[in-house]
Design a protein around this ligand. Structure first.
Ligand code: MCA
Ligand code: AMP
Length: 495
């Protein structure tokens, strides 16, 4: 009857848990700070009773203290994205209906008006970690722990609710498979409002009694220098980050030898969140001697498939089901496909999420006979799964972020010069896919740059179309539906 991640910290009290650019914390420090946060959040109530607490806190010691504090007070953590503009923060906050907001000093100003307009208390993380001791409630592991927002096939992000048991199952599964150990030190460069950064990288380190080092905003040269120190043992990133690291290495002939030597000494480097191109896998191996371990996962299920820690890490493949994960590939009727035949990947097991927040119909539609329908197309090929496509043209993966074409379209339709718009993902060497928009104008003149500037005020930076083209008429089929595959050709002239 306890939160497994927090309980495990008791066995590693004196070990270093987090190092960030400003400070460091042992597991005992995290336990103390999160107890203070919980006590202050509780005030004069005994249990937050699964109320949501939305937080905007940069990576580091306070981030973990705040999340664990929310958990220990009986709340549900709702991580907000540092890169999101006000419109997106408001949308998530209004959907989650949190009982209060938390921000660090650098971000408190951004939430001040939002909190005031909703009569919500806004706590700073610095104030919450100040010592205060109250009795903390017991937390059963089937209670909700977290709500991570994900973009989907609708215009609005959905809150993916996971319980403490599901979070623990997601983390435990990769810890075992990837041989996490006490003396590991991961260099962490990923955002913490998604499962990759939050559970797979940070959660695994804390679950294992290892150390998680935050470096600040992603900076390829700083990453290479940390590899060169010989102190890092694990690294995880999306393919775009590895591309950036290769580019930085190529631009620094004086440092190449030291950087490569350092990178060679890591025990594990993982890639995921989007397909790892084979040329990148090979280039990385030639520079560092490291064969990247590619795995496949999703916000709703954590990690599902992984190449092996020991054994063949096959290029272009995502390996086999992780421990505890039941997975198969099915046809349109739900019947299991034979090896070699592609179909939809479906998943079952203790790590699969509980529900989409307040979206019963979408939750029901996401499952068939207890299996979660991922929407990804896969195939079992000579003992290894490969991801071969996605069922929806409206989901785009750019630099590891999942974005909804429908959401971008809905927002951009609000621009006075836009009569109609269609957004597509186009293959891109650096981003995996890049977001592109074709627009029918409503008469008034405008420029692509002006549209992008306008979009930047409404949308997260990674949702802003990289290319905007104006068309007389969007290509439509006989039913009047925009033919997105045809539209892609309009943007494919750029590498
Ligand atoms: C930044 N930009 C992007 C992206 N990131 N555009 C498209 N896609 C992106 N992902 C924009 C910036 O706003 C800027 O636009 C321009 O691109 C250059 O920005 P830059 O400063 O160079 O980018 P950055 O801030 O260094 O970010 C690049 C990044 C970042 C480090 C690759 O995108 C990132 O951290 N990605 C990882 C996302 C992630 O962790 N996903 C996991 C979710 P402009 O020039 O117009 O100003 S998936 C998941 O959790 C599941 C479970 C799984 O399987 O893992
Ligand atoms: P998200 O919803 O942001 O958690 O993103 C999950 C999606 O990322 C999956 O449904 C896949 O489409 C994609 N994805 C994750 N890992 C991989 C991978 N190794 N190869 C291809 N696609 C991946």
């Amino acid at each position: 009857m306890s939160i497994e991640l927090v309980a495990r910290a008791q066995s590693n009290r004196e070990r270093l848990a987090i190092s960030d650019p400003e400070t460091a914390a042992t597991y005992a420090d995290l336990l103390a700070a999160s107890a203070h946060v919980a006590s202050r959040l509780l005030g004069d109530v005994r249990d937050l009773q699964s109320s949501r607490v939305a937080y905007l806190v940069g990576p580091g010691v306070d981030h973990v203290a705040v999340l664990w504090g929310i958990w220990r007070a009986g709340g549900v953590g709702v991580p907000l994205a540092l890169s999101h503009p006000a419109r997106e923060l408001v949308e998530l906050i209004d959907d989650a209906e949190p009982v209060c907001l938390v921000a660090d000093a650098a971000n408190a100003e951004r939430l001040a008006d939002i909190a005031a307009a909703r009569d919500l208390a806004l706590h700073t993380s610095a104030a919450l970690v100040r010592p205060m001791v109250a009795a903390l409630p017991p937390i059963e592991d089937d209670r909700p722990a977290l709500m991570v927002y994900t973009s989907g096939t609708t215009g609005h992000p959905k809150g993916v609710v996971t319980t403490h048991a599901q979070v623990a199952a997601q983390v435990a599964s990769v810890c075992g498979a990837w041989g996490w150990r006490l003396d590991d030190r991961i260099l962490h460069v990923l955002p913490l409002h998604h499962v990759h950064g939050l559970h797979v990288a940070l959660g695994s380190a804390l679950y294992s009694g290892a150390c998680c080092e935050f470096l600040g905003p992603f900076d390829p040269v700083a990453v290479w220098e940390r590899f060169a120190s010989g102190e890092i043992s694990v690294f995880m990133a999306v393919p775009t980050v590895y591309r950036r690291l290769v580019a930085a290495w190529e631009a620094a002939p004086d440092r190449q030898e030291q950087w490569s030597r350092g990178a060679r000494s890591l025990r594990l480097m993982v890639s995921g969140s989007a397909a790892l191109p084979v040329d990148l896998l090979e280039r990385w191996a030639s520079i560092t001697g490291q064969r990247l371990l590619e795995r496949y996962g999703m916000t709703e299920i954590g990690m599902a498939l992984s190449n092996p820690l020991d054994g063949e890490r096959r290029a272009g493949a995502v390996g086999q089901p992780l421990p505890g994960v039941e997975l198969c590939v099915v046809d349109a009727d739900g019947a299991e496909c034979d090896p070699g035949t592609a179909g939809q990947i479906v998943v079952r097991g203790p790590q699969v999420f509980a529900e989409y927040w307040r979206r019963n119909e979408e939750t029901a539609a996401a499952f068939r006979d207890g299996w979660f329908l991922t929407g990804d197309e896969g195939v079992l090929d000579d003992g290894y799964y490969r991801i071969v496509g996605r069922r929806s043209v409206d989901i785009i993966k750019t630099g590891g972020y999942k974005v909804s074409a429908l959401e971008i379209e809905e927002v951009l339709r609000g621009h006075p010069a836009v009569r109609e718009i269609a957004v597509v993902g186009v293959d891109d060497r650096d981003w995996g896919e890049r977001v592109c928009a074709a627009i029918e104008l409503a008469g008034e003149g405008t420029t692509a740059e002006e549209i992008r500037d306008w979009a930047r005020e409404q949308l997260a930076p990674y949702k802003v179309p990289k290319q905007v083209r104006f068309v007389d008429e969007l290509p439509r089929n006989a039913m009047g539906k925009v033919m997105k595959p045809t539209l892609r050709a309009l943007f494919e002239d750029r590498p």
